[in-house]
Design a protein around this ligand. Sequence first.
Ligand code: G3P
Ligand code: MG
Length: 356
Amino acid sequence: FRRSYSQLQPQSDRPSFGIAFDIDGVILRGRTPIGGSPRALRRLYRDDGTLKIPFLFLTNGGGVPESKRASELSELLGIQISPRQVVQGHSPFKEVVNWYENELIVAVGKGEPAAVMSEYGFKQVLSMDEYASYFKDIDPLSHYKTRGIKQTYDENSSKELVPRYDVYSDRVKAAFVVSDPSDWGRDIQVLCDILRYGGLPGRDKGHQPPIYFASDDLEYQAAFPTERLGMGAFRIALEGIFNSVSGSPLKYTSFGKPNPFVFKNAEVILTQLVSDIYHSQDNMDGGTGHEFSTLYMIGDNPKVDINGAMKAGRPWFSILTRTGVFKGQDNDTQFPADLVIDTVEEAVDHILKKEH
Ligand code: G3P
Ligand code: MG
């Protein structure tokens, strides 16, 4: 794939636009492609399978490393996607690796949150599943749960497994909510323990360690007909409970759309993609020198995708589809998109007609 990027393409072909696709509610619902997404995306490649139009996925979801998400998307959509074309809610976590590189951190959420953080360079990462399992009785409801919780205690002998890190005296220096938590009750309980007791559950009160959320989506569109509660809803639940039990307000940081830096970063990646496609030409030019006249954000969530593109300003142009969170006839009143259209396929068709 990379080799094909490097082939010299005629200068006149160089597109002055790029596209960022939201995933949930635009490309997929659950694991099912929607809105003609495979057909739409295929139009962005040449006949020989090389990339023609710079595009990436800009999702607030996540839970697996970008390389794995790229393979999963390639398989589901029948196209060749490189890891660089996948920006997830947690992708910016790699920017703070220097602060916690050799510190104990806990990674929360569905999928493989610890693998994600390890790939970003964090050296002492425990998933919430593993961390919680080292504290006997930390979740008084664990026996009632039939799946999802890894039981690392031998129930008969009450013998503990030896933790990989000294979780009984090393403080958790930060918690990262990487993806949507799959056991809210346990995770809120253990996060309150970590946050109230200075990173050491079951001890005396201490300073609240930082907590980072990959995104702040109140709701998102999954396979169920109506929206599902997202990471923002989990944050509100944790915050409400933490504030009540600790008596002090939760301090937290959220990444993901609609933060303008996400769109800035997407622009940088799209510029690099152009540079890869026209590699040889750029070497002759002595740099990319590339400026987009338009960057399209195709999303389904006005509050997140459209609001983000609006905040990012030019050259972003927002397109709202009706396949996800937004189901209205007209435009969203609070965060109106530049264009409202039924599906992602119609959006790509519109863009290609306009740009050629
Ligand atoms: O959990 C995923 C969700 O919050 C949003 O995903 O692709 O619509 O940004 P997306
Ligand atoms: Mg979405």
